[in-house]
Ligand binder design. Structure first.
Ligand code: F0G
Length: 458
């Protein structure tokens, strides 16, 4: 096609109203939510960019498949169909269904982890890290150096530093490494892709030292898009085949199907090894459900089986990546500092660069999150020192390496005019940036504090 505009490759059949709010109302709502958008009611939000997880719009094919869901406790037809789809995609023989990604993480990392054990990753996502640390083990991030510099361009900024990986394995001893986890795309690092070359290098090190290699495949289709368009030798390969090649380099995967499975709930664990699979199957039955449904209804498994195929369709992926880029390019052109290049599922704003007058211990990212809500009813999440900061013995903040704000794009949900509205709100953010103040935490839980912490304005 020679046209410039890439249209949404779907028509809208069912619509859900957005409740309009005024800035005065939002001031009140945000105060009631203690300046933490996780505590807002969704009806108080105009454009919800909090997450791309479980927020996809399903297709007519998925909805019709749901009607044929087989709700049998054991051996359901819907399960056999899903199992076939996942086996074909991943090449792994053992498939364990779970209600979402972190349940697969809890089972696998809970089993492999424990005191004295170490996990190495390009970057552990927050639930991944929490599950590992909850088991008593240690999670160490080994991203490439470029990943720490938001404005630096690099085609595969999600890559793992292979030298750091090898040093880590030697330092802790291969026997103590529970697994190497490669997150594709690297969510915490800005939704950045991982190259096949890097995956091969990691795979070779893992084989050399006899360490288990697991792929966190939440956004494996989006990652395949970037490989096809940025890595030599993949120009003519179908997206699914690229993903299959990636899986073939590892020993197993965990997946939250709430992302590239195009469903509202669902996940799985897939493994090569019989022994690990047996141990995990026990945990699955105790905590999630029987092996042929995990934590899912038959209809959920039907929707997932279709979603895992639709996500690799060429028109879909092209629209998906382009619509994220569209938002990123427009706000970047106007002068909003963002993580470059734009990733697959989200645009990450560098709040430290936007608000240089707000020190990191006053959470510039949280300040931006609140501004976006107040000015435009847009909800998004801080991915910085609120999410990843720690306290030293004196109670001083050990900040995260970057202070990002994530605008995650739900799949097939918003149209270009919704995105144009977001862009307009960013112009207001830019015009008023010097008057924005920092935040202070007034209440926080022990783990995963970003979900429920309370804040106030300084
Ligand atoms: N791994 C990655 C890379 C993720 O992004 C997520 C979830 C999970 C694992 C856990 O999956 O939510 O199904 O239990 N990410 C969501 C997000 C929550 O907003 O990025 P889950």
């Amino acid at each position: 096609m020679h046209h410039q505009v890439i249209i949404e490759p779907f028509k809208i059949k069912t619509v859900e109203p957005i409740y309009m709010t005024t800035e005065e109302e939002r001031i009140c709502f945000l105060e009631q939510a203690h300046y933490n958008p996780f505590l807002l009611h969704s009806d108080q939000v105009l454009i919800d960019l909090l997450t791309d997880s479980g927020t996809s719009a399903m297709s007519t094919r998925q909805w019709s498949a749901m009607m044929s869901g087989d709700e049998s406790y054991a051996g359901a037809r819907s399960w056999l169909k899903l199992e076939r789809v996942i086996q074909e995609l991943t090449g792994y023989p053992h498939i364990l269904p779970t209600h979402q990604g972190r349940a697969a993480e809890r089972i696998l990392y809970g089993y492999l982890g424990g005191k004295g054990k170490v996990f190495l990753s390009n970057t552990h996502f927050d639930t991944t890290r929490a599950n590992i640390e909850f088991s008593g083990a240690t999670a160490i991030d080994c991203p490439i150096e470029e990943a720490h510099h938001p404005s630096l361009d690099h085609p595969f900024k999600g890559n793992m530093d292979v030298v750091k990986l090898e040093t880590g394995i030697k330092q802790h001893g291969a026997n103590n490494i529970s697994a190497v986890i490669l997150t594709v795309t690297n969510n915490t690092g800005g939704g950045q892709p991982v190259s096949m070359e890097n995956t091969e290098a990691i795979s070779a090190r893992c084989r050399k030292y006899g360490v288990l290699f697991i792929i966190d495949a939440c956004r494996v289709a989006e990652n395949a898009y970037f490989i096809k368009h940025r890595e030599k030798g993949y120009e003519n390969k179908p997206y699914k085949q690229i993903a299959q090649e990636m899986f073939s380099l590892a020993d197993g995967c965990v997946m939250s199907a709430k992302k590239d499975g195009l469903v509202n709930i669902g996940g799985f664990l897939a493994l090569q090894d019989n022994q690990i699979s047996d141990a995990c199957t026990n945990l699955l039955i105790i905590t999630e459900g029987f092996t042929t449904y995990g934590g899912l209804a038959g209809r959920d498994m039907e929707a997932m089986a279709v979603g895992l195929e639709e996500v690799f369709e060429e028109d879909y992926l092209k629209y998906r990546i382009r619509s994220t880029q569209y938002l990123g390019e427009k706000i970047s052109d106007m002068g909003i500092p963002i993580m470059l290049p734009v990733g697959g599922h989200a645009v990450y704003v560098d709040s430290k660069a936007l608000y240089p007058h707000i020190p990191v211990d006053q959470y510039p990212g949280q300040a931006l999150v609140c501004e976006l809500y107040l000015k435009g009813g847009i909800r998004c999440v801080e991915v910085g020192s609120v999410m990843f900061g720690r306290q030293d013995e004196q109670g001083q903040l050990i900040p995260a390496s970057m202070e990002l704000v994530r605008l995650a794009i739900p799949r097939r949900v918003y149209t270009q005019s919704h995105v144009d509205y977001v862009i307009e709100v960013f112009q207001e953010i830019l015009d008023t940036k010097n008057s924005v103040r920092g935040m202070r935490i007034t209440h926080e839980p022990k783990l995963l504090r970003h979900f429920s912490a309370h804040f106030e304005r300084i």
